[in-house]
Design a binder for this molecule. Sequence first.
Ligand SMILES: [Cu+2]
Length: 195
Amino acid sequence: MTKLIPFQDELQIPEVIDFTKQGKTEETIKIKNGKTTLHKNLPETDIWGYNGTYPGPSIEVEQGKKIAIEWKNLINNSSFPAVAVVDNSGTQAEYGHSPIVAKQDFPKVIDTSSIPNVAVVHLHGASTNPDQDGWTDNVLLKNQSSHNVYENKDDATLFWYHDHAMGITRYNVYSGLAGLYIIRSPAVARSISLS
Ligand SMILES: [Cu+2]
């Protein structure tokens, strides 16, 4: 196996969807298959991504300004891009303790062909209304979409959005369904420029 040397590639900056622009209140984001290169010495990798990219677009909003995103599931699950494994119980690192070493015959690779191509988007940490929160069982089947309104009531901060589908969140996120969500506040920008 080739040893990969870190920091060989230029930092990839995701596309920015800028809702702080005047008059911009809506956007459609497609959840779909894509390809990316994770290291210059690795071949292209299949991913699932928001607008087909990993990380997904960075979403910038203004504090207190309501916006809406139409999330559309267009994933074709001919193959699942993540390798799914199961470990023996008791091998997870416990908080504040050293990790326990896995038994030799683990981890086992799981057959991913039966995992469905369902998705739902959760804006992690944000104060959203319950029906806009991307609960795990509010999944979108292929070609379904969800119109989510975000009121951006939180203080200026950095959130991330990610897939949240019931029972398969870890596989969907490993496949690439994650991106950043930045709440900007004019008050914070002013205080930074004064310091
Ligand atoms: Cu989360």
